[in-house]
Design a protein around this ligand. Structure first.
Ligand code: PEP
Ligand code: MG
Length: 325
């Protein structure tokens, strides 16, 4: 795939209508970082920090994490890296933590819920990130925020940790951006004040779609039952785009669907300007975006919706095929 798209590697992800889309990559291990150069990604839109916790048999030490995050920032060479704090629970169980016997782990004690209830781990991770930045800009994102208060509480932990680190004599990051993942439908309806306070939002489409349709992402029987290009889901996403435009909140999409070219095209058509995906998807997504006019795709989506169609996929696919001829 890398060879096939080599000719557009250094070209911008610019649609035919002129709109520029920022394409970023998802990562989680040091081994992913070389892809930052070879994929043409603008930065790391999602760094899944839990992978480092999952590949060991004991809790990593703060100094180890800090060294690792510093290497990630070194490898990124000034490109933005969005570090997502520990997202454990549900499908991601730490081998050295007592498993929770929960009837519905996906709806259970996971991600920021664990972080806020056991702030020791969250503080340790924030310290490691601040020390790794060592004067460079730092971007932190909290997973699975369901309501404004959770973001506020997490943000407060960042501020407290910064103050503590300064007292201890550590160099603070040049700037700290704090954002949230929008993975539960509730957050899309948070007060306007939340959208004003959060520095950026990233849609975790894997979880958001699972909760929107109430269809388990781990369950083969239902996980493909509902189309991402379902009109209801796209309308919901459009509402989020609109709220972010109203408050000039930076918005991105980092679930797996962002790496599927037709989905990515539709996201761009409804207003997303920043997508994050696995590195191998950047070439194919860019290639399709460069052949399409987003206004035309938006019209196709609106027309399908007006006709009462369930999904816009067939119509958008027909348009995409026509661009290849
Ligand atoms: C998501 O839910 O879309 C996401 C990016 O996070 P994860 O897949 O790690 O849950
Ligand atoms: Mg998620």
């Amino acid at each position: 795939a890398q060879v096939r798209y080599a000719s557009i590697l250094d070209l911008p992800a610019q649609a035919k209508c002129g709109t520029l889309i920022s394409l970023n990559m998802n990562a989680g291990l040091m081994a992913d970082l070389p892809s930052l150069g070879s994929s043409g990604a603008e930065g790391v839109g999602l760094f899944r920090t839990e992978l480092q916790f999952l590949v060991r048999n004991q809790m990593p030490k703060r100094s180890e994490l800090s060294a690792l995050y510093a290497r990630v920032l070194d490898a990124a060479g000034g490109k933005r890296v969005v570090f997502r704090t520990l997202d454990i629970g549900s499908d991601k169980v730490l081998p050295y933590m007592k498993p929770n016997d929960e009837p519905n782990p996906a709806l259970g004690w996971r991600a920021i819920r664990v972080g806020l209830d056991k702030p020791g781990i969250m503080r340790m991770q924030l310290q490691a990130l601040i020390r790794a930045a060592n004067g460079r800009p730092l971007t932190v994102m909290f997973p699975f925020v369901a309501q404004f208060e959770e973001f506020r509480a997490a943000r407060l932990e960042v501020d407290k940790t910064l103050a503590r680190e300064q007292k201890l004599g550590h160099v603070l990051p040049e700037k700290v951006e704090v954002g949230a993942m929008l993975e539960t439908p509730s957050l899309a309806f948070a007060p306007k004040k939340f959208f004003e306070e959060v520095e950026f939002l990233s849609i975790g489409g894997n979880d958001l779609k699972q909760f929107f349709f109430a269809a388990d992402r781990e369950n083969e029987r239902v996980r493909r039952r509902y189309d991402t290009l379902n009109v209801s889901f796209l309308t919901f996403l459009q509402g989020i785009v609109q709220r972010c435009e109203d408050t000039t909140t930076h918005l991105s999409f980092c679930g797996e669907d962002a790496g599927r070219p037709v989905e990515a095209l539709c996201f761009a058509a409804i207003g997303f300007r920043n997508l994050s995906m696995r590195p191998a998807s950047i070439g194919p997504v860019k290639s399709l975006l460069r052949r399409c006019n987003l206004e035309e795709v938006r019209e196709i989506i609106n027309a399908a919706r007006d006709r009462g169609e369930m999904s816009v996929r067939a119509d958008v696919m027909a348009y995409v095929k026509a661009q290849h001829q």
